[in-house]
Design a binder for this molecule. Structure first.
Ligand SMILES: *Cc1c(COP(=O)(O)O)cnc(C)c1O
Length: 229
């Protein structure tokens, strides 16, 4: 997509969003030019699925003179333990904590780096074994355990839901996640600050916002179809 087209898409989506909703540009497969154009168009957060891809693009942007600290960097893909150290140095938020093991690994590297990392707990709201995320029933225990880790700050929940098809079919997954969020809030767990629900993608972000999302992650609708070749 050319920078003007991208700018138009971003401006029109941003102006259509309620002010409490943060738009994360899901930038996988996009080149530095496209990411730079998105930042110039007013995007405030960039989401990456892979640690390595984020590192490469950040380097390229910096080389080109873009101040990468102008935006917040969110990890939105599954995190492997051997990438936790790098992730801690690259991202401002990790949206995909889904096990005690990964929470502890991230906490350890945050402690070493002397920082506290805002995190979301990823919910496998479809309860599909092929998907990442913690099962809804196991989420409260994971939230409590993560809350006890001093260098992580649990700020909410994230879920994927179905990517394609009628976005109305995504509502049950969004509702389940919101219900879980409300239930956790009532628990008044110490050392957490539940305020974000990250859900909704290009085809489903309107439904997600109606169901309570205040972070949405959009790729295709900003940048155009992805080319994985
Ligand atoms: C790719 C991706 C998105 C955005 O998907 P689109 O359909 O391109 O908007 C959102 N969240 C995650 C975790 C993704 O991997």
């Amino acid at each position: 997509m050319n920078p003007d087209g991208l700018k138009d898409h971003i401006t029109s989506i941003l102006s259509s969003l309620p002010s409490h909703v943060l738009l994360v540009a899901a930038a996988k497969t996009r080149n530095a030019e496209e990411v730079r154009a998105a930042i110039d168009a007013g995007i405030q957060a960039i989401g990456y699925n892979y640690v390595q891809e984020a590192e490469d693009i950040r380097k390229e942007l910096e080389k080109g003179g873009t101040r990468i600290s102008r935006v917040r960097w969110h990890l939105i893909g599954h995190l492997q333990r051997n990438k936790a150290k790098k992730a801690v140095h690259l991202f401002d938020m990790i949206e995909t904590i889904d096990s005690n093991r990964i929470a502890e690994a991230v906490n350890r590297h945050c402690k070493a780096a002397g920082i506290t990392m805002p995190v979301l707990i990823e919910i496998n709201s479809g309860e599909e074994s092929s998907k990442t995320g913690v099962l809804p029933d196991d989420a409260p225990a994971l939230v409590r355990k993560t809350a006890a880790l001093k260098h992580l700050k649990v700020q909410g929940l994230m879920t994927m839901g179905p990517r394609f098809g009628d976005p109305e079919n995504a509502r049950p997954y969004f509702r389940l996640t919101k219900k879980l969020f409300d239930r956790l809030k009532e628990e008044n767990i110490p050392n957490i600050d539940l305020k974000y629900i990250s859900m909704g993608m290009s085809n489903s972000y309107r439904q997600a916002i109606e169901e309570g999302a205040n972070i949405i992650r959009i790729g295709t609708k900003l940048f155009g179809e992805r080319d994985y070749s």
